[in-house]
Ligand binder design. Structure first.
Ligand code: NAP
Length: 319
């Protein structure tokens, strides 16, 4: 017999997946390509790129939290066609203009050095996309992903969203979609970046906060002091902004979403375990008794074993 889910476990949206497969990609057309860091002096180059997918099976079928694939043109060093790369959507379900024809992605140029040869290394897909001009064609696949999406009834929950760097992408569409409901749903978004110049969509989220009291936008800057706070990782916001985040996390409606750099989830879980009451913590984490006695020494391998996120936690982290 199937058991009914515990109260307040979310029922996630049903989503379409793999409508276009990499062996037969569709053609999208670049609509716009703009810098989306808070300043041109940012440490990295990050662009908000809008792609017209009309006429492909992606049209109207993508949801925030899902990714679309991009197949770069040309072949790799072994002469094989390049593999597909996934990028999180930075749009609500209706895309940029509500018609489901134009979806955006947030792309950081991968620029590095080969360790052994000290030659320049340029990421193939990210630089292909960031170089694109309006009107250029790109090969698209997807959508992919079904676990990091909003609940079927977004107005039934409150949300604490954590992002680092380009991990902010899915929240751009999610925040818009939740605020479009007539519900009382509250959202707190904590965005982590190395410097203030690296914050992504900073004006967009600042304006959304000014417009709608249900939305709170908090930043955690890791390499400089800002707004009276010392250097912070996103997890440090749990203490620094405890008046806002504490009551939200105790609330039985709240869901936790974590997206960005691998490792951030560990720090967030450790701070939750240190700061929340036992009953509030159990909404998000099922922690073995022994692990509870040594929170400071947790490591990532314990996640999903001794430290298990509940269904109220959505995780999307990459190295
Ligand atoms: P970034 O601009 O370098 O910012 C990352 C921020 O996170 C920095 O402030 C960094 O601090 C901080 N940080 C580093 N380690 C941390 C930890 N253990 N806990 C908390 N904060 C930590 O970021 P980025 O280059 O855009 O990279 C974003 C990452 O997100 C990439 O790994 C990307 O693959 C991933 N991503 C995931 C998705 C998804 O859908 N899952 C989507 C987009 C991006 P310091 O550098 O100062 O230490």
């Amino acid at each position: 017999m199937t058991q009914a889910p515990p109260v307040n476990d979310p029922t996630l949206q049903e989503v379409d997946m793999h409508l276009i497969r990499p062996n037969e990609p569709g053609t999208g057309v670049i609509v716009s390509n703009e810098i989306c860091t808070a300043s041109r002096k940012a440490a990295g180059y990050v662009r908000h790129i809008e792609i017209d997918v009309s006429g492909t099976p992606l049209e109207g079928k993508c949801r925030p939290g899902q990714s679309i694939g991009i197949v770069p043109p040309g072949v790799d060093e072994k002469g094989r066609p390049h593999k597909v790369r996934l990028y999180s959507l930075a749009s609500p379900s209706g895309g940029s203009d509500g018609s489901g024809k134009i979806y955006a992605v947030t792309v950081k140029r991968t620029i590095d050095e080969h360790w052994e040869t000290n030659k320049l290394f340029l990421g193939v897909a990210s630089n292909h996309l960031c170089d694109c001009q309006s009107g250029d064609e790109v090969l698209v696949t997807g959508p992919a992903g079904k676990r990091f999406v909003l609940p079927a009834d977004p107005g039934a929950h409150d949300y604490v969203f954590f992002a680092t760097g380009t991990g902010i992408a899915p929240y751009r569409g999610m925040v818009e979609e939740i605020l479009a409901t007539e519900s009382q749903s509250r959202i707190a978004l904590v965005m982590g970046a190395p410097y203030g110049t690296d914050l992504l969509y900073h004006d967009y989220f600042t304006e959304a906060q000014e417009r709608d009291k249900r939305f709170t936008y908090l930043t955690a800057i890791s390499r400089e002091e800002r707004d009276g706070h010392g250097r912070m990782y996103v997890q440090d916001a749990l203490h620094a902004h405890r008046e806002t985040l504490g009551p939200m996390l105790q609330n039985e409606r709240t869901l936790l979403y974590i997206c960005g750099i691998a490792g951030m989830e560990l720090g967030i879980f450790q701070k939750l375990a240190t700061q929340l009451s036992h009953s509030a913590l159990s909404q998000y984490l099922d922690v073995e008794e022994e692990a509870m006695a040594s929170i400071e020494s947790w490591d990532r391998r314990m996640i999903h074993r001794q430290v298990k996120p509940t269904k109220r936690v959505m995780l999307e982290v990459y190295a």
